[in-house]
Design a protein around this ligand. Structure first.
Ligand code: NAD
Ligand code: LMR
Length: 324
């Protein structure tokens, strides 16, 4: 039997966590042979609800769960955490953009960055889900000077998975036939889902779909999918967000099957200068992610990659006071 790993989840009484915590507990993230200790964080008014979630987790009698800690203190919830999924933040409502949440949510991530810095395992892997995810991840990492910025990531996997499904449905194939999907930039309406390198059942995607569908249907559909779900459900995506978080962490820890998209510190690759959390194509292996280098970028792609970078720099400027 492996030693248990400590997994912190914030916003643990919220919608996303109501799927996420149970799937992690059942072994979907790190495997059916990996025992886990769940460390759940909420704010004081949500502690009763969190205790209800803990009761339900206990009632599942999950074989892999060794312990459950529920707290409203980030120093307790992040203690020795090997993985931290930062979900707790306000979701947007109809008519809002995710960056409209910056003011409401940014402060959460400076506090939690400090608490991770002071308490988490030195190898902690952090995924920020709470919106605006990329800039919140930047805030958390800037407030954790003793951790490597590369330990902080932002969730782009939901966008990546959405893009795969749109393309699979259009081409009459299965999502497992889609390879080398890339979503660049920000988890926002400026994100760029790029088909230039993508293949479906071994054939270049751009030879299988009309250019007009790509530019005027596929790209905006993926960019606006979060808003479409809010309109349809009256609440933002939850189970699909949890599933994407599990995919992201599982691949980071255990390896990816080809290219996936992750929001990570920009390092100058593809001419995106450091200082923002930008989504790149990466491959995960041996517990690490690596940017896939050398892909050709045409003028169409460059314009869109620049637009989403510009938005991230604007978001950064708005929270400069929280970057330590
Ligand atoms: P929710 O309102 O149902 O749950 C959020 C929970 O966070 C609440 O229980 C709240 O009490 C808690 N919380 C607030 N401040 C906290 C703090 N400082 N510490 C700990 N917990 C805190 O919202 P949700 O639907 O679960 O969504 C959570 C966030 O995830 C939102 O910001 C949403 O926009 C975002 N989201 C991101 C993606 C993505 O792809 N990156 C996808 C879906 C949702
Ligand atoms: C999503 O993409 O579904 C989430 O970021 C929620 C939102 O605000 O769109």
């Amino acid at each position: 039997m492996k030693d248990p790993v400590r997994i912190a989840i914030t916003g643990a009484a919220g919608q996303i966590s109501y799927s996420l915590a149970f799937r992690i507990a059942s072994g979907d993230m790190l495997g059916k042979d990996q025992p886990v200790i769940l460390q759940l964080l909420e704010i004081p008014p949500a502690m009763d609800a969190l205790n209800g979630v803990v009761m339900e987790l206990n009632d599942c009698a999950f074989p892999l769960v060794q312990d459950i800690v529920a707290s409203d203190d980030p120093n307790v919830a992040f203690k020795d955490a090997d993985f931290a999924l930062l979900v707790g933040a306000r979701p947007r409502g109809p008519g809002m953009e995710r960056k409209d949440l910056l003011e409401a949510n940014a402060a959460i991530f400076s506090v939690q960055g400090k608490a991770l810095n002071d308490n988490a395992s030195r190898d902690v892997r952090v995924l920020v889900v709470g919106n605006p995810a990329n800039t919140n991840a930047l805030i958390a990492s800037c407030n954790a000077p003793d951790l490597d910025p590369g330990q902080f990531t932002a969730m782009m996997r939901l966008d990546h998975n959405r893009a795969k499904t749109q393309l699979a449905q259009k081409t009459g194939k299965h999502v497992t036939d889609v390879e080398s999907m890339i979503v660049w930039g920000n988890h926002s309406a400026t994100q760029y889902p790029d088909l230039a390198h993508c293949k479906v059942a071994g054939k270049p995607a751009l030879e299988l779909v009309e250019r007009d569908w790509y530019e005027t249907d596929f790209i905006p559909t993926v960019q606006q999918r979060g808003a479409a779900i809010i309109k349809a459900r009256g609440a933002s995506s939850a189970a699909s967000a949890a599933s994407a978080a599990i995919d992201h962490m599982r691949d980071w820890a255990l390896g990816s099957d080809g290219i996936v998209s992750m929001g990570i510190p920009a390092d100058g690759s593809y001419s995106v200068e450091p200082g923002i959390m930008y989504s790149y194509p990466v491959v995960c292996k041996d517990g690490k992610y690596e940017i896939v280098q050398g892909l050709e970028v045409d003028d169409f792609s460059r314009e869109r990659m620049n637009a989403t970078e510009t938005e991230l720099r604007e978001e950064r400027a708005a929270v400069e006071h929280l970057l330590g």
